[in-house]
Design a protein. Structure first.
Length: 564
């Protein structure tokens, strides 16, 4: 069998070969294995690093760090990434094919349940395999989690060097007695950078997560990063040299995981300039920003990026000052508004803004006014997140005082508070989902202002209802759920039909006027199906619809209006 760079010998002989296990003896061991004729396969590995990513496009940076820092053990290790939704039994089968001695799992809120099932099966099928778990989900409340009980070892916090040390001990037959190990936080300069471990396939097909700094100096209580003492930078030139190699290998999609990219303006500027110097039409770079810090020199660099290249995720979370104080979030809202205005007017960056519903002290009216204020700032996307009680986060201190009721299972979303009952929390949850489909997806660019009552459907009509965006969309959201009983798997055609029907039947907009923006958006979406009223010649609600030709004219008129 061919021997690859990470080829490993058969696990059946593994336990009889302690010489292989000591650090520094890999080359010698390889020679011996060859000489003795052991069976090789590139699929086999003494150490397997596994995780279930949220989707295929999300490559795991954490596991690549662990592999990069395995030192001489790296040659015996490989990464096995799976996608959420893969059956745990299939994951277990795939892992056992490597005949591993150690399996390390990267555990996160999105995969903890399935990973627990995988480990439970592994422990039945191959109890001799040493299971190590690490990652943010198992770094806190260790004693309360089934997964931590099933695993042989739990490494909390950073795993970069602690995993390597544990593996060396286990492979040397010296299993440590202590099951829970506090991951060592070593100076970042001491870490091997993992970027060469992105394969050509990763570069061609996945988001490349990269990290110029770790940690966050802020203390927002809902966030795990609030437990960090500060932010630590990687050596910038060393980091950029890695970005250069990725770039030369064809990488164009970079996603920075830095908690607050604009914390250190000098470093941020250097990074922006790095990408400006390498600009091409495929480049896409994502950063997370804090909203109230945008110094002039950063703005100048941002303004030089062409459309579609920069993607900024900006957390607002809440505009309510009482809530901000309760959750220890410092934010200058007025500065944030000015920065948004500048970004929208002077830059071509795509702005994705986050709000959180269900925070302690926030009621529905306060959340609604926060949404309206954010909507008025015109980000391209608004993500309405429902508060989650992440393990280890200080938000838990408000549970009693604000009668916060959380889902006990992942994702630990808040179900009710003293100010937002369960029924309203469900309404907001559906609002968030439908907003994703209608407000964010970009498929309702012309219809959304009509749906939100900002713009009349008929360009000639200058009377628009004076109701705010949140309330308008909540009306639609309540109606859509009542009508479909679904929040997922709503086919695109059905969604367009539903929006049209809502505008006509519920909002009383003249059918002809409502058709214009809906049809224009449908055509622009590139969908190839036919809306139900196009098929039947009937508009929903029983009235006769226009003929397709007339619909087309209406679409053209609408488009003309937009151009004017
Ligand atoms: C990329 C990312 C995602 C991606 C998914 C990535 C993937 N692989 O699938 C997307 C965008 C989909 C996502 C979504 C969500 N995410 Co997210 N995400 C991140 C982010 C920004 C980067 C992760 C990363 O690469 N970090 C860099 C690496 C080096 O750090 P690391 O992964 O923590 O790994 C280190 C240690 O944890 C440990 N380690 C990791 N694996 C292992 C394995 C072993 C064996 C050992 C020993 C150690 C170990 O060692 C590593 C090196 O030090 C982090 C924030 C951050 N900056 O870390 C949040 C973060 C992981 N996400 C978080 C959350 C809450 C979410 C959401 C629930 C947000 C939401 N919508 O409300 C969703 C859930 C998605 C779902 N489908 O349910 C939380 C995780 C909380 C938790 N307990 O898991 C984080 C930490 C953000 C935060 N500060 O609160 N996310
Ligand atoms: S929400 Fe953002 S600013 Fe606040 S602690 Fe988390 S990463 Fe830092």
């Amino acid at each position: 069998m061919p021997v690859s760079g990470t080829a490993i010998f058969s696990g059946t002989n593994r336990l009889n070969m302690p010489w292989l296990l000591a650090s520094g003896h890999v080359a010698h061991a390889t020679a011996l294995r060859m000489a003795r004729g052991y069976v090789y396969t590139s699929a086999m590995a003494a150490i397997v690093l596994a995780t279930l990513n949220a989707r295929y496009v999300h490559a795991s940076l954490g596991l690549r760090y662990l592999l990069a820092n395995l030192g001489v053990l790296q040659a015996q290790a490989r990464i096995a990434e799976f996608v959420l939704g893969t059956r745990p039994v299939d994951v277990a089968e795939a892992l056992l094919k490597h005949t591993p001695r150690i399996v390390g799992f990267g555990v996160y809120i999105w995969n903890v349940e399935d990973t627990t099932r995988v480990i439970a099966m592994l422990k039945q099928l191959a109890p001799q395999v040493v299971v190590v778990v690490g990652g943010p989900e198992v770094s806190h409340e260790v004693g309360e989690q089934r997964i931590c009980g099933l695993a042989d070892y739990v490494i909390t916090g950073p795993g970069d060097v602690s995993f390597a040390k544990l593996c060396a001990q286990v492979l040397a037959g010296r299993n440590p007695l202590q099951r829970v190990v506090a991951g060592e936080q070593v100076p970042l300069q001491g870490l091997a950078l993992p970027y060469s471990l992105y394969s050509d396939e990763d570069i061609a097909t996945r988001f490349l997560y990269v990290e110029a700094s770790r940690g966050c100096p802020f203390k927002c209580e809902f966030c795990l990063s609030s437990l960090d003492k500060t932010a630590w930078p990687f050596d910038l030139e060393r980091f950029l040299a890695q970005m250069q190699s990725l770039f030369e290998r064809g990488a164009r999609h970079f996603r920075f995981v830095d908690r607050t990219f604009n914390l250190n303006a000098r470093a941020s500027l250097r990074i922006l300039e790095f990408f400006l110097d390498r600009m091409d039409e495929r480049l896409f770079v994502h950063f997370e920003l804090i909203p109230d810090q945008l110094p002039e020199r950063l703005k100048e660099a941002i303004a030089r990026f062409p459309a579609g290249c920069l993607h900024f995720e900006i957390g607002i979370q809440t505009f309510n000052p009482v809530v901000q104080a309760l959750i220890s979030r410092r934010q200058d809202d007025a500065r944030a508004e000015l920065n948004f205005a500048w970004l929208r007017e002077q830059s071509q960056a795509l702005i994705h803004a986050d709000l959180i519903a269900g925070l302690p002290g926030e009621d529905l009216a306060s959340f609604a006014s926060g949404f309206d204020r954010l909507y008025a700032m015109r980000p391209h996307e608004i993500q309405v997140g429902i508060l989650k009680r992440l393990r280890g986060t200080p938000i838990a201190r408000h549970t009693g005082a604000f009668r916060m009721r959380y889902n006990p299972d992942p994702p630990y979303n808040v179900l009710a508070t003293d100010r937002i009952g369960f029924a309203d929390m469900q309404r907001i949850t559906r609002f968030a989902r439908y907003w994703e489909m209608v407000g964010n997806a970009g498929r309702f660019r012309r219809t959304l202002p009509v749906l939100l009552g900002e713009q009349a459907a008929d360009p000639a009509d200058d009377t628009v209802p004076g109701v705010a965006a949140f309330e308008q969309f909540m009306r639609f959201s309540d109606w859509l759920f009542e009508t479909t009983k679904k929040t997922h798997e709503i086919a695109l055609e059905r969604l367009y039909d539903a929006v049209l029907r809502f505008l006509v039947e519920e909002r009383g907009i003249a059918r002809d006027a409502a058709l214009g923006p809906v049809l224009a958006d449908y055509e622009a979406s590139g969908a190839k199906g036919r809306l139900s009223f196009m098929k039947t010649g009937m508009v929903v609600g029983g009235a006769r619809s226009r003929r397709p030709a007339a619909q087309h004219r209406s679409h053209v008129r609408q488009a003309r209006h937009e151009k004017a």
